[in-house]
Design a protein around this ligand. Sequence first.
Ligand code: SF4
Length: 385
Amino acid sequence: MSVELGMPTIPPPVLAPRRTTRQLRVGAVGVGSDHPVSVQSMTTTVTADINSTLQQIAELTASGCDIVRVACPSQDDADALPAIARKSQIPVIADIHFQPKYVFAAIEAGCAAVRVNPGNIKKFDDKVKEIAQAARDHGTPIRIGVNAGSLDPRLLAKHGKATPEALVESALWEAGLFAEHDFHDIKISVKHNDPVVMVRAYELLAESCDYPLHLGVTEAGPAFQGTIKSAVAFGALLRQGIGDTIRVSLSAPPVEEIKVGTQILQSLNLRPRKLEIVSCPSCGRAQVDVYKLADEVTAGLDGLEVPLRVAVMGCVVNGPGEAREADLGVASGNGKGQIFVKGKVIKTVPEHKIVETLIEEAMRIAEEMDGDPSTLVGEPTVTVS
Ligand code: SF4
Protein backbone atom coordinates (compact mmCIF):
# COMPACT_ATOMS: atom_id res chain seq x y z
CA MET A 1 0.00 0.00 0.00
CA SER A 2 1.46 3.35 -1.00
CA VAL A 3 0.96 6.23 1.38
CA GLU A 4 1.17 9.88 0.37
CA LEU A 5 3.01 11.82 3.01
CA GLY A 6 5.60 14.33 1.84
CA MET A 7 6.68 17.57 3.51
CA PRO A 8 4.00 20.19 4.08
CA THR A 9 4.40 23.16 1.77
CA ILE A 10 2.69 25.71 4.05
CA PRO A 11 4.74 26.61 7.11
CA PRO A 12 2.97 25.52 10.27
CA PRO A 13 1.44 28.36 12.31
CA VAL A 14 3.44 30.00 15.09
CA LEU A 15 2.16 31.92 18.10
CA ALA A 16 3.84 35.22 17.26
CA PRO A 17 6.08 36.82 14.66
CA ARG A 18 9.67 37.19 15.79
CA ARG A 19 10.70 40.49 17.35
CA THR A 20 12.73 42.36 14.74
CA THR A 21 16.40 42.44 15.70
CA ARG A 22 19.80 43.22 14.34
CA GLN A 23 21.37 40.24 12.62
CA LEU A 24 24.72 38.66 13.33
CA ARG A 25 26.59 35.49 12.56
CA VAL A 26 28.02 33.10 15.10
CA GLY A 27 30.24 31.18 12.70
CA ALA A 28 27.98 29.51 10.17
CA VAL A 29 24.85 30.11 12.27
CA GLY A 30 22.82 33.23 11.59
CA VAL A 31 21.39 34.81 14.74
CA GLY A 32 18.52 37.27 14.82
CA SER A 33 14.97 37.60 13.58
CA ASP A 34 15.87 36.65 10.00
CA HIS A 35 17.10 33.26 11.20
CA PRO A 36 15.59 30.29 13.04
CA VAL A 37 15.89 30.24 16.81
CA SER A 38 18.98 28.17 17.57
CA VAL A 39 19.73 25.81 20.43
CA GLN A 40 22.89 26.04 22.49
CA SER A 41 24.58 24.12 25.25
CA MET A 42 27.86 24.23 27.12
CA THR A 43 30.51 21.57 27.52
CA THR A 44 31.23 20.17 30.98
CA THR A 45 34.72 18.88 30.18
CA VAL A 46 37.91 20.70 31.11
CA THR A 47 38.42 22.74 27.96
CA ALA A 48 42.16 22.13 28.03
CA ASP A 49 41.39 18.43 27.56
CA ILE A 50 40.95 18.88 23.83
CA ASN A 51 39.96 15.32 22.97
CA SER A 52 37.31 15.04 25.67
CA THR A 53 35.92 18.46 24.79
CA LEU A 54 35.75 17.65 21.08
CA GLN A 55 34.13 14.30 21.89
CA GLN A 56 31.42 16.03 23.91
CA ILE A 57 30.95 18.63 21.18
CA ALA A 58 30.51 15.79 18.67
CA GLU A 59 27.82 14.24 20.88
CA LEU A 60 26.08 17.61 21.17
CA THR A 61 26.29 18.11 17.41
CA ALA A 62 24.72 14.70 16.80
CA SER A 63 21.88 15.56 19.18
CA GLY A 64 21.03 18.75 17.27
CA CYS A 65 23.05 21.43 19.07
CA ASP A 66 23.58 24.50 16.86
CA ILE A 67 26.18 26.40 18.89
CA VAL A 68 28.37 25.27 21.79
CA ARG A 69 30.02 27.27 24.55
CA VAL A 70 33.21 26.27 26.32
CA ALA A 71 34.59 27.68 29.57
CA CYS A 72 37.95 29.38 29.51
CA PRO A 73 39.14 29.92 33.09
CA SER A 74 42.88 29.31 32.57
CA GLN A 75 45.75 29.80 30.14
CA ASP A 76 45.70 26.07 29.38
CA ASP A 77 42.07 26.41 28.31
CA ALA A 78 42.87 29.45 26.20
CA ASP A 79 45.70 27.51 24.56
CA ALA A 80 43.23 24.75 23.61
CA LEU A 81 40.80 27.11 21.89
CA PRO A 82 42.44 27.19 18.42
CA ALA A 83 42.28 23.38 18.06
CA ILE A 84 38.74 23.19 19.42
CA ALA A 85 37.47 26.04 17.24
CA ARG A 86 39.10 24.50 14.17
CA LYS A 87 37.91 20.93 14.69
CA SER A 88 34.42 21.50 16.06
CA GLN A 89 31.65 20.98 13.51
CA ILE A 90 29.52 23.66 15.15
CA PRO A 91 30.46 27.22 16.14
CA VAL A 92 32.30 27.53 19.45
CA ILE A 93 31.72 30.40 21.86
CA ALA A 94 34.41 31.04 24.48
CA ASP A 95 33.02 31.88 27.91
CA ILE A 96 35.27 34.42 29.61
CA HIS A 97 35.12 35.82 33.11
CA PHE A 98 37.59 38.04 34.94
CA GLN A 99 40.56 37.95 32.52
CA PRO A 100 40.54 40.30 29.52
CA LYS A 101 43.56 38.55 28.01
CA TYR A 102 41.44 35.45 27.33
CA VAL A 103 38.98 37.54 25.32
CA PHE A 104 41.77 38.46 22.93
CA ALA A 105 43.04 34.87 22.96
CA ALA A 106 39.57 33.54 22.06
CA ILE A 107 39.16 36.05 19.23
CA GLU A 108 42.61 35.20 17.88
CA ALA A 109 41.84 31.48 18.25
CA GLY A 110 39.00 31.76 15.76
CA CYS A 111 36.15 31.24 18.22
CA ALA A 112 32.82 32.08 16.62
CA ALA A 113 31.89 34.43 19.48
CA VAL A 114 32.97 35.43 22.96
CA ARG A 115 30.73 35.65 26.00
CA VAL A 116 31.63 38.20 28.66
CA ASN A 117 29.87 38.83 31.97
CA PRO A 118 29.53 42.51 32.90
CA GLY A 119 29.40 41.61 36.60
CA ASN A 120 32.84 40.07 36.42
CA ILE A 121 34.60 42.34 34.00
CA LYS A 122 35.36 45.53 35.85
CA LYS A 123 38.86 45.22 34.48
CA PHE A 124 37.43 45.01 30.96
CA ASP A 125 35.84 48.42 30.95
CA ASP A 126 38.98 50.28 29.98
CA LYS A 127 39.71 47.62 27.37
CA VAL A 128 36.40 47.79 25.54
CA LYS A 129 37.91 49.83 22.73
CA GLU A 130 40.61 47.20 22.06
CA ILE A 131 38.13 44.33 22.42
CA ALA A 132 35.72 46.00 20.00
CA GLN A 133 38.56 46.56 17.53
CA ALA A 134 39.81 42.96 17.75
CA ALA A 135 36.27 41.57 17.49
CA ARG A 136 35.53 43.78 14.50
CA ASP A 137 38.79 42.77 12.78
CA HIS A 138 37.92 39.08 13.16
CA GLY A 139 34.15 39.35 12.65
CA THR A 140 33.59 37.96 16.13
CA PRO A 141 30.34 38.84 17.92
CA ILE A 142 30.27 39.43 21.65
CA ARG A 143 27.59 38.04 23.94
CA ILE A 144 26.98 40.20 26.96
CA GLY A 145 25.81 37.61 29.45
CA VAL A 146 24.36 39.09 32.63
CA ASN A 147 23.69 36.59 35.37
CA ALA A 148 21.74 37.19 38.60
CA GLY A 149 24.41 35.33 40.58
CA SER A 150 27.19 37.63 39.44
CA LEU A 151 25.43 40.96 39.05
CA ASP A 152 27.60 44.05 39.00
CA PRO A 153 28.01 45.04 42.72
CA ARG A 154 27.20 48.66 41.89
CA LEU A 155 23.81 47.65 40.51
CA LEU A 156 23.25 45.22 43.36
CA ALA A 157 23.78 48.12 45.76
CA LYS A 158 21.51 50.40 43.75
CA HIS A 159 18.61 47.95 43.28
CA GLY A 160 18.99 45.90 46.46
CA LYS A 161 18.90 42.59 44.59
CA ALA A 162 18.94 41.17 41.08
CA THR A 163 15.67 42.71 39.90
CA PRO A 164 14.64 42.69 36.23
CA GLU A 165 15.58 46.38 36.08
CA ALA A 166 19.01 45.70 37.55
CA LEU A 167 19.75 42.89 35.09
CA VAL A 168 18.69 45.03 32.15
CA GLU A 169 20.59 48.10 33.35
CA SER A 170 23.75 46.03 33.62
CA ALA A 171 23.37 44.60 30.12
CA LEU A 172 22.55 47.92 28.47
CA TRP A 173 25.35 49.71 30.27
CA GLU A 174 27.86 47.19 28.92
CA ALA A 175 26.32 47.26 25.43
CA GLY A 176 26.57 51.05 25.60
CA LEU A 177 30.32 50.83 26.18
CA PHE A 178 30.68 48.80 22.99
CA ALA A 179 28.28 51.09 21.14
CA GLU A 180 30.54 54.06 21.98
CA HIS A 181 33.07 52.38 19.72
CA ASP A 182 30.45 51.74 17.09
CA PHE A 183 30.47 48.01 17.81
CA HIS A 184 27.01 46.45 17.62
CA ASP A 185 27.70 42.79 16.84
CA ILE A 186 26.18 41.98 20.19
CA LYS A 187 23.83 39.38 21.62
CA ILE A 188 22.50 39.80 25.14
CA SER A 189 21.27 37.51 27.89
CA VAL A 190 19.83 38.47 31.30
CA LYS A 191 19.50 35.20 33.17
CA HIS A 192 17.85 34.58 36.51
CA ASN A 193 16.85 31.35 38.21
CA ASP A 194 13.29 32.59 38.79
CA PRO A 195 11.26 32.37 35.57
CA VAL A 196 9.05 35.29 36.63
CA VAL A 197 12.02 37.64 37.12
CA MET A 198 13.72 36.28 34.04
CA VAL A 199 10.69 36.77 31.78
CA ARG A 200 10.18 40.32 32.99
CA ALA A 201 13.86 41.13 32.47
CA TYR A 202 13.77 39.93 28.86
CA GLU A 203 10.52 41.82 28.22
CA LEU A 204 12.14 45.03 29.47
CA LEU A 205 15.27 44.34 27.47
CA ALA A 206 13.29 43.64 24.31
CA GLU A 207 11.57 47.02 24.70
CA SER A 208 14.89 48.80 25.18
CA CYS A 209 17.10 47.55 22.36
CA ASP A 210 17.13 45.69 19.05
CA TYR A 211 20.00 43.34 19.80
CA PRO A 212 19.29 39.62 19.39
CA LEU A 213 18.59 37.93 22.72
CA HIS A 214 19.85 34.64 24.12
CA LEU A 215 17.30 33.10 26.49
CA GLY A 216 18.21 31.18 29.60
CA VAL A 217 16.84 30.40 33.05
CA THR A 218 20.12 30.15 34.88
CA GLU A 219 20.75 27.44 37.46
CA ALA A 220 17.33 26.06 36.59
CA GLY A 221 18.02 22.91 38.60
CA PRO A 222 17.91 19.16 38.03
CA ALA A 223 16.41 17.83 34.81
CA PHE A 224 12.74 17.72 35.81
CA GLN A 225 12.56 21.13 37.50
CA GLY A 226 14.89 22.77 35.00
CA THR A 227 12.87 21.48 32.09
CA ILE A 228 9.64 22.89 33.50
CA LYS A 229 11.16 26.25 34.43
CA SER A 230 12.82 26.65 31.05
CA ALA A 231 9.78 25.53 29.09
CA VAL A 232 7.38 27.94 30.80
CA ALA A 233 9.81 30.88 30.68
CA PHE A 234 10.84 30.34 27.06
CA GLY A 235 7.22 29.74 26.10
CA ALA A 236 6.14 33.03 27.70
CA LEU A 237 8.84 34.91 25.78
CA LEU A 238 8.66 33.10 22.46
CA ARG A 239 4.91 33.70 22.61
CA GLN A 240 5.85 37.38 22.24
CA GLY A 241 8.42 36.70 19.54
CA ILE A 242 11.27 37.31 22.00
CA GLY A 243 14.31 35.04 21.79
CA ASP A 244 16.87 34.27 19.10
CA THR A 245 18.97 31.58 20.74
CA ILE A 246 18.13 29.42 23.74
CA ARG A 247 20.01 27.41 26.30
CA VAL A 248 18.25 25.10 28.75
CA SER A 249 20.50 24.95 31.82
CA LEU A 250 20.16 21.60 33.56
CA SER A 251 22.11 19.82 36.26
CA ALA A 252 22.28 16.95 33.79
CA PRO A 253 24.45 15.93 30.83
CA PRO A 254 24.47 18.67 28.16
CA VAL A 255 22.88 16.41 25.54
CA GLU A 256 19.76 16.47 27.74
CA GLU A 257 19.71 20.26 27.43
CA ILE A 258 19.63 19.95 23.65
CA LYS A 259 16.80 17.41 23.74
CA VAL A 260 14.70 19.72 25.90
CA GLY A 261 15.54 22.86 23.94
CA THR A 262 14.78 21.16 20.65
CA GLN A 263 11.49 19.84 21.96
CA ILE A 264 10.47 23.31 23.18
CA LEU A 265 11.12 24.80 19.74
CA GLN A 266 9.39 21.92 17.95
CA SER A 267 6.35 22.26 20.21
CA LEU A 268 6.00 25.91 19.17
CA ASN A 269 6.59 25.15 15.47
CA LEU A 270 9.82 27.14 15.65
CA ARG A 271 11.72 24.09 14.43
CA PRO A 272 10.36 21.37 12.14
CA ARG A 273 8.75 18.61 14.16
CA LYS A 274 10.24 15.16 13.96
CA LEU A 275 8.89 12.17 15.79
CA GLU A 276 5.86 13.04 17.90
CA ILE A 277 4.08 10.49 20.02
CA VAL A 278 0.43 11.32 20.70
CA SER A 279 -0.50 8.99 23.53
CA CYS A 280 -3.45 9.12 25.88
CA PRO A 281 -3.00 9.30 29.65
CA SER A 282 -5.06 6.11 30.06
CA CYS A 283 -8.07 5.85 32.32
CA GLY A 284 -10.55 3.31 33.60
CA ARG A 285 -11.68 2.57 30.05
CA ALA A 286 -8.24 1.52 28.81
CA GLN A 287 -8.14 -2.03 27.52
CA VAL A 288 -4.37 -2.16 27.06
CA ASP A 289 -1.36 -1.01 29.12
CA VAL A 290 -1.03 2.40 27.47
CA TYR A 291 2.09 3.43 29.41
CA LYS A 292 3.95 0.32 28.34
CA LEU A 293 2.76 0.59 24.76
CA ALA A 294 3.76 4.27 24.52
CA ASP A 295 7.17 3.62 26.12
CA GLU A 296 7.92 0.72 23.81
CA VAL A 297 6.88 2.59 20.68
CA THR A 298 8.90 5.64 21.78
CA ALA A 299 11.98 3.50 22.45
CA GLY A 300 11.56 1.60 19.20
CA LEU A 301 11.40 4.80 17.16
CA ASP A 302 14.14 6.65 19.03
CA GLY A 303 16.30 8.56 16.58
CA LEU A 304 13.76 8.63 13.75
CA GLU A 305 14.66 11.78 11.85
CA VAL A 306 11.47 12.33 9.85
CA PRO A 307 8.37 14.28 10.83
CA LEU A 308 6.02 11.56 11.94
CA ARG A 309 3.10 11.72 14.33
CA VAL A 310 2.29 8.40 15.93
CA ALA A 311 -0.88 8.02 18.02
CA VAL A 312 -0.97 5.39 20.74
CA MET A 313 -4.48 5.29 22.20
CA GLY A 314 -5.96 3.10 24.87
CA CYS A 315 -9.57 2.58 23.75
CA VAL A 316 -12.21 3.38 21.20
CA VAL A 317 -13.45 6.63 22.83
CA ASN A 318 -10.80 8.94 21.34
CA GLY A 319 -8.61 6.26 19.79
CA PRO A 320 -9.92 6.10 16.23
CA GLY A 321 -10.18 9.90 16.02
CA GLU A 322 -6.61 10.55 17.16
CA ALA A 323 -5.21 7.59 15.24
CA ARG A 324 -6.94 8.82 12.10
CA GLU A 325 -5.47 12.34 12.49
CA ALA A 326 -1.92 11.04 12.95
CA ASP A 327 0.41 9.72 10.26
CA LEU A 328 0.29 6.39 11.99
CA GLY A 329 -1.67 5.16 14.97
CA VAL A 330 -3.33 2.46 16.93
CA ALA A 331 -6.73 2.38 18.58
CA SER A 332 -6.76 -0.49 21.05
CA GLY A 333 -9.57 -2.58 22.50
CA ASN A 334 -10.67 -6.15 23.18
CA GLY A 335 -7.11 -7.48 22.97
CA LYS A 336 -6.60 -6.05 19.49
CA GLY A 337 -5.25 -2.94 17.86
CA GLN A 338 -6.62 -1.24 14.78
CA ILE A 339 -3.62 0.15 12.89
CA PHE A 340 -4.22 3.41 11.03
CA VAL A 341 -2.00 4.90 8.34
CA LYS A 342 -2.95 8.39 7.20
CA GLY A 343 -6.51 8.05 8.38
CA LYS A 344 -7.22 4.58 7.03
CA VAL A 345 -7.35 1.29 8.89
CA ILE A 346 -4.77 -0.89 7.20
CA LYS A 347 -5.01 -3.90 9.50
CA THR A 348 -6.10 -5.19 12.87
CA VAL A 349 -3.49 -7.04 14.91
CA PRO A 350 -3.50 -8.89 18.24
CA GLU A 351 -2.30 -6.82 21.20
CA HIS A 352 1.11 -8.49 21.36
CA LYS A 353 1.77 -7.44 17.75
CA ILE A 354 0.87 -3.74 18.15
CA VAL A 355 4.36 -2.42 18.93
CA GLU A 356 6.05 -4.51 16.28
CA THR A 357 3.49 -3.48 13.65
CA LEU A 358 3.68 0.21 14.48
CA ILE A 359 7.47 0.19 14.24
CA GLU A 360 7.45 -1.71 10.94
CA GLU A 361 4.95 0.72 9.48
CA ALA A 362 6.86 3.73 10.82
CA MET A 363 10.07 2.52 9.19
CA ARG A 364 8.31 1.90 5.91
CA ILE A 365 6.74 5.37 5.97
CA ALA A 366 10.08 6.94 6.90
CA GLU A 367 11.72 5.32 3.88
CA GLU A 368 8.92 6.50 1.63
CA MET A 369 9.29 10.02 2.99
CA ASP A 370 12.93 10.45 2.12
CA GLY A 371 14.04 7.16 0.63
CA ASP A 372 17.15 7.36 2.74
CA PRO A 373 17.39 4.99 5.70
CA SER A 374 20.58 6.78 6.79
CA THR A 375 18.38 9.46 8.29
CA LEU A 376 17.59 6.94 11.00
CA VAL A 377 20.03 7.25 13.87
CA GLY A 378 20.82 3.76 15.09
CA GLU A 379 18.80 0.61 14.74
CA PRO A 380 15.42 0.73 16.41
CA THR A 381 14.73 -2.01 18.88
CA VAL A 382 11.44 -3.81 19.07
CA THR A 383 10.24 -5.18 22.36
CA VAL A 384 7.08 -7.16 22.15
CA SER A 385 5.61 -8.71 25.23
S1 SF4 B 1 -8.35 7.11 24.79
FE1 SF4 B 1 -9.67 5.77 26.05
S2 SF4 B 1 -8.26 4.93 27.56
FE2 SF4 B 1 -7.20 6.66 26.67
S3 SF4 B 1 -7.70 8.32 28.11
FE3 SF4 B 1 -9.18 8.41 26.43
S4 SF4 B 1 -10.95 7.27 27.19
FE4 SF4 B 1 -9.20 6.70 28.50
